[in-house]
Ligand binder design. Structure first.
Ligand SMILES: C[S@@+](CC[C@H](N)C(=O)[O-])C[C@H]1O[C@@H](n2cnc3c(N)ncnc32)[C@H](O)[C@@H]1O
Length: 456
């Protein structure tokens, strides 16, 4: 598909002599990459090739991801193009922090933020679109994230619940998507000469509410996947003008990163410290990012009220029995239920009344009549040593497992009856219940698939 004529005229004017090289890069193949998940116990790739490391991303490699591979299915890898991997690096939250990813679906930045947090603190992964929020929630589960709330709100509603609450906020803003033209040619269909200005107005609206949720002294990372100055430097110039408590934190640049362009906004020289990624300068798609600091000061908002456990004595008994029999660790978190679903909520979780929550921390499992059944999310989030009985699947058994089949275990040694965390390459892939050599299958029906033998 050809680049829109008005787009070409605009960037010929902005980029001058470099425009042809830029258009040429936009006609080339997109760059494929992924991140390896440091939350997982096993770090060896089974059926994915890590070509070369991405210089600016500590978990990132060039290479492509096969959706039904072992590595992808158990959440050891997440497909994310290289430039997008700089966003999480700029935010790099500490374990224990309170972190918001405001526009989070499908989960590239959220899974990356969780990688830094090491299951400690609270990550709120929010997405305004309900269907996309569902995909986000599944991706957070696959990645084994235990400390995230997945919510479905706009920034206005969220700001009422979380005033001056977060240490770090990422706003990966909805944008005109020019940087994704070669990855997603459909993005060109929506583009018009006015589209960047329309997006900029929306970005300013969202920012106005988003910044209310940042603590004094906190960090905001703003990013877009567009080249449009209206949505990039001009939005940051607007923020600095209207909210003088914000200042730009310079981005450390590696070879191929471009400075922000003050002359494409109001000339404020600080805008140079933002970063642009052009596909003709880096092996990655088009992006813009700014890291901002909110001035230190007193929090004036009332502290949020914390969520309390609502489990009944009967439910607590069933969970305790399951945990005592099967876990090698204590679960210190507060337990809450939604219907018959049990969750361990992250520390510092506020009262959830009135919030649309798709995932409230770690989904532990489901109460059935007089028993407790563990969830896939628990198997994906636990280190296998945290579960008393584990069983390392052969590739053939894994293929049967993800297909939903019950199977006789292949190993000769005697295995006691009961719950097992099933593993591949030292990572949990799900639960099975062994009854006299037969492994009952608990892989969720909606996720089952026919696995094909897949070489690296
Ligand atoms: C660039 S995408 C986010 C990509 C995501 N951060 C990732 O890394 O996977 C922008 C998201 O903003 C959402 N969005 C659209 N309008 C919004 C609004 N008014 N407020 C908040 N989010 C919005 C879109 O549904 C979309 O999922």
């Amino acid at each position: 598909m050809a680049l829109p004529v008005a787009f070409q005229e605009k960037y010929r004017q902005l980029l001058g002599d470099e425009a042809d090289e830029f258009f040429h890069a936009l006609a080339a193949e997109p760059t494929k990459a992924f991140r390896v998940n440091p939350l997982k116990a096993g770090q060896e790739l089974t059926d994915t090739i890590a070509e070369t490391p991405i210089p600016w991303s500590r978990f990132g490699y060039y290479g492509s991801v096969y959706g039904h591979s072992v590595d992808h299915t158990d959440g050891l890898i997440y497909s994310q193009e290289p430039s997008a991997q700089l966003v999480g690096e700029l935010a790099a939250p500490q374990p224990g922090q309170k972190v918001l990813d405001l526009a989070a679906a499908p989960g590239g930045k959220s899974t990356h933020l969780a990688s830094f947090m090491n299951q400690a603190g609270l990550l709120v992964s929010n997405e305004i679109n309900r269907k996309r929020a569902g995909i986000l929630s599944e991706n957070m589960e696959r990645f084994g994230v235990a400390n995230a709330l997945v919510t479905n709100h706009d920034a206005i509603a969220l700001a009422k619940v979380f005033p001056e609450y977060f240490d770090t906020i990422v706003l990966d803003a909805p944008c005109s998507g020019e940087g994704m033209f070669r990855k997603d040619p459909d993005a060109m269909q929506y583009w018009s000469a006015d589209y960047p200005a329309e997006n900029a107005a929306r970005q300013k609206d969202i920012l106005t509410d988003t910044i209310k949720m940042l603590k004094p002294g906190g960090t905001l990372v703003y990013s877009t996947c567009t080249f449009a100055p209206e949505e990039d430097e001009q939005v940051i110039a607007w923020l600095l003008d209207n909210y003088p408590e914000f200042s730009i934190v310079p981005v450390d640049k590696v070879a191929g990163f471009d400075d922000g362009r003050p002359e494409w906004a109001d000339g404020n020289p600080a805008l140079k410290d933002t970063v642009r990624l052009f596909p003709n300068h880096v092996a990655g798609e088009g992006h813009f990012m700014a890291k901002l600091h909110k001035a230190d000061g007193e929090v004036t908002a009332k502290p949020v009220k914390l969520a309390k456990s609502n489990v009944t004595a009967e439910q607590q008994k069933l969970w305790d029995a399951f945990a005592n029999e099967n876990l090698t660790i204590d679960m210190p978190n507060t337990l809450i239920t939604f219907g018959d679903q049990l969750y361990a909520i992250p520390e510092g979780t506020p009262r959830l009344n009135g919030l649309q929550v798709l995932r409230a921390g770690l989904h532990l499992g489901t109460f059935k009549k007089k028993r407790f059944e563990p969830s896939l999310a628990l198997a994906l989030a636990l280190q296998p040593v945290q579960f008393k009985q584990s069983y390392a699947l052969t590739l053939d058994e894994w293929q049967k497992y993800v297909h939903g089949d019950t199977f006789m275990i292949e190993k000769d040694e005697s295995y006691a009856n009961g719950w097992y965390i099933l593993t591949m390459a030292e990572n949990g892939v799900g639960f099975g219940k062994l009854v006299n050599g037969q492994m009952k299958n608990f892989y969720p029906k909606g996720l089952r698939f026919i696995a094909q033998t897949h070489d690296k």
